[in-house]
Design a protein around this ligand. Structure first.
Ligand code: ADP
Length: 284
């Protein structure tokens, strides 16, 4: 069974491709071009971080990838199969699971029931089988089996977030979409969560898209950092992170880290400055 746990969560990773994706919001005739011609290729098992100034379209892109929102031009593919085009809007699906900034565990269910919910609901396993599987999965996920019978309110916020990752992973998505999952946490908890996510990525290597505004976090965790321009959001640059895995927190003082950080900060600050200047013009 342990082998099954390891296999299930490693085989099913997808290559994700956004081709010239555009998004125009126009609910009341006030046309907002949120995304313009965005192309990103994420390889199977690759960890990509998406950074950019506030309002540049990170959430819009994430919502399109998740199938919560339609694109207005371009297309998106999962393993070379069209997932969404202008004519065929995408729907959310179990192949793309999102973990949001604010927790989304069901407070009235135990950790075990939260984690097995998707497996049972999708008819993939019966309750007993799902529970046995989840216990082994939770054990492999840093000993979380010890809190399986607790309710979310009885465990710390960091532990809750771990359970959310595992709830997402156990459903074996092709891509995991993480929308600033550590934003609301204090720095000590954030550092712990970084270590945990890095460890889980070693155990269950998945395709991951991680939205953040924190450059250190983006470099420490990912294989590639994609920087977006200010609105309309375009891809400004895509930089490979040339640090070995397993990653360790002390890498943030390495020369490779600092050189890349400078390049990325310069790019993000350029865009933030443009956004600020446009804000001033619009107010004038
Ligand atoms: P980010 O996540 O990078 O902060 P968003 O994706 O939330 O940026 O927003 C990108 C742009 O699209 C912003 O200018 C925002 O005001 C606009 N926007 C987002 N959602 C809507 C909407 N539902 N209707 C109109 N404009 C929107």
């Amino acid at each position: 069974m342990n082998e099954q746990v390891a296999q299930l969560a490693t085989i099913n990773s997808g290559a994700f491709s956004l081709r010239e994706v555009g998004k125009i919001y126009d609910p009341t005739g006030a046309r907002v071009v949120a995304l313009d011609n965005c192309s990103v290729d994420i390889h199977a098992n690759e960890f990509v971080a998406l950074v950019g100034p506030s309002g540049c379209g990170k959430s819009t892109l994430m919502n399109i990838m998740a199938g919560f929102d339609d694109l207005t031009s371009g297309a998106m593919y999962l393993d070379d199969v069209p997932l969404s085009t202008v004519e065929r809007p995408a729907k959310p699906g179990p192949d793309r699971v999102v973990v949001f900034q604010h927790g989304a565990l069901f407070p009235w269910m135990t950790v075990l029931d939260n984690v097995t919910y998707g497996l049972i609901r999708q008819g993939r396993m019966k309750k007993k089988e799902a529970a046995e599987y989840a216990y082994q999965f939770l054990d492999k996920a840093g000993g979380l089996n010890k809190v399986a019978e607790y309710f979310p309110g009885q465990i710390s916020s960091g532990m809750q977030r771990r359970v959310e990752f595992i709830r997402a992973l156990i459903n074996d998505p092709k891509i995991l979409l993480l929308d600033e999952p550590f934003r609301a946490m204090d720095t000590v908890t954030q550092a712990r969560m970084h270590r945990y996510l890095l460890q889980m990525y070693q155990v269950f290597p998945k395709t991951i898209m991680f939205v953040t505004h924190d450059i250190d976090e983006a470099i420490l965790l990912s294989d590639t950092v994609v920087v977006m321009t200010t609105r309309p959001g375009k891809i400004k640059l895509s930089a490979k992170v040339d640090l070995p895995r397993p990653r360790t927190p002390d890498m943030i003082t390495s020369k490779e880290f600092l050189v890349l950080k400078k390049e990325l900060l310069t790019a993000v600050h350029e865009e933030a400055k443009k956004a600020f200047e446009r804000g001033e013009r619009e107010l004038a």
